[in-house]
Write a protein that binds this ligand. Structure first.
Ligand code: CTP
Length: 418
């Protein structure tokens, strides 16, 4: 199985519409990554797109014949009807047009049907995702904006272009986002009506940083990857996600509201204020929170002593326990309905996890043996045991953090249902 498989895309049929913009080169990478993710990608190229890149390029990366001509479309390829434009639309889980030129948007807004891409969009009933890309003032032009409004009012999902340097050398809004962003948006569009649509998840991730002085801090080895993967899995099922993160180097899963914090006290503030203000349905505390912090954080950089033999002692003060605070808050406000915590242990895994589950009032705990090099902190993979309030234990063998994120979210969805 490809390492790059993505459950939300695996086995999905995506029609990728490619239109005539210099950003076509990015669509080649997109087609490749979608294919590696496990999707069947049927590319439709307009005549203008073929001025930039040949169909052979897309055929090579998708392993499938490319559609270019309304009157001579390749037959078969597993479509439900022999009429290509109908079959493509009917079979697709989503149609994504990337890059979408100003002309394509205008034609779609008008409901034109005189080339294979426009007629496929017209006959399809699946979600339509458009990723505009255009130079100069074209994107901001009222004509383009009006066309986009029309398309959105009909349910199309718009991926806003980025601001930056155009091929012309000008700068402005109209750049096609990079592949990970495009794929993140496609996942959101596919999950829009998922089983967690309308549910709000509050998820914490990463290692707290406790300042000692302006240049030093105390932290731990948590990378934040597991928490970010849980956030992505919730987004894939249509949830609204607030991700309170301390993982500065990790990208925000597309669609998550990101809140950056550093210390345990900032995390406490961020979590409790959001519980009070927005009543999330579920809280997943994947953050590795320091139990102690330097008792005082110096305003200036601490200098070493002139005495080469003198050591140094750092006084530590106890940090608040966030889950204990949430437990009390939950008794008061009845939210979050489901609370999930983690237990990172090097010994007595089950015993410690079971006691934390009970003491901190969680519904589910993810017990993580962090002594193994291939699991827990910093690793790309993980191996965990899930414990719930009923005493049920589920062992999950070594797998990707993405997969564990999905399993955790499945369990939370079941708890929310119950
Ligand atoms: N946690 C918390 N606030 C803290 C410490 C931990 O909310 N001050 C949360 C973590 O996010 C995690 C769970 O509690 O979901 C267990 O974290 P862990 O550090 O394993 O537990 P501790 O209670 O700190 O126990 P230990 O004595 O093993 O450090």
């Amino acid at each position: 199985m490809s390492q790059n498989r993505i459950t939300a895309l695996d086995g999905k049929r995506i029609v990728l519409g490619v239109t005539g913009s210099i950003a076509v080169y990015k669509a080649v990478d997109l087609a490749s990554k979608l294919t590696q993710a496990g999707a069947t990608v049927d590319v439709i190229m307009t005549d203008a797109a073929r001025e930039f890149v040949t169909p052979l390029t897309f055929q090579a990366v998708t392993g499938r014949a490319v559609y270019t001509d309304m009157w001579a479309a390749p037959a078969g390829q597993g479509l439900p009807t022999h009429i290509a434009h109908v079959g493509l639309g009917e079979a697709a889980d989503a149609i994504m047009i990337a890059p979408a030129t100003a002309d394509t948007l205008a034609r779609l807004a008008q409901g034109r049907s005189d080339d294979l891409l426009s007629v496929t969009c017209l006959s399809a009933r699946c979600p339509l995702v458009v990723a505009p890309a255009m130079d100069g003032g074209m994107y901001e032009h009222p004509a383009t904006q009006a066309n986009l409004e029309v398309l959105q009012s009909r349910g199309a999902y718009l991926i806003e272009p980025e601001t930056g340097r155009f091929a012309s050398g000008l700068t402005g809004r109209g750049r096609l986002p990079e592949t990970p962003q495009l794929i993140g948006h496609l996942r959101l569009a596919l999950g829009r009506d998922g089983e967690l649509a309308g549910k709000h998840f509050l998820i914490s991730a990463g290692a707290t940083r406790e300042a000692l002085d302006p240049v030093r801090y105390v932290t731990n080895h948590s990378s934040g990857r597991q928490g970010h993967s849980i956030a992505q899995a919730a987004l894939d099922r249509g949830a609204r996600v607030t991700l309170v993160t301390m993982a500065r180097d990790l990208a925000t899963p597309v669609g998550a509201e990101r809140v950056d914090v550093a210390s345990a006290r900032e995390l406490l503030d961020a979590v409790t204020s959001r519980i009070t203000a927005s009543s999330p349905d579920a809280l997943v505390m994947a953050a590795a929170v320091a139990d102690y912090r330097p008792a005082t954080a110096a305003d200036q950089k601490i200098k070493k002593s002139d005495d080469p033999d003198a050591g140094m002692t750092i006084d530590l003060a106890r940090n608040p326990d966030i889950l204990m605070t949430v437990k009390a808050l939950r008794e008061e406000v009845g939210r979050p309905r489901v609370v999930v915590g983690f237990a990172a242990e090097t010994n007595d895994l089950i015993k410690s996890a079971a006691s934390k589950l009970e003491r901190k009032g969680m519904d589910l705990i993810v017990a993580n043996d962090v002594s193994a090099p291939d699991a827990g902190f910093r690793a790309e993979t993980n191996r965990v045991i899930l414990l719930d309030r009923e005493g049920q234990q589920t062992e999950i063998d070594l797998t990707s953090k993405a997969r564990i994120g999905e399993i955790v979210i499945d369990r939370v969805a079941a708890l929310l249902d119950g």
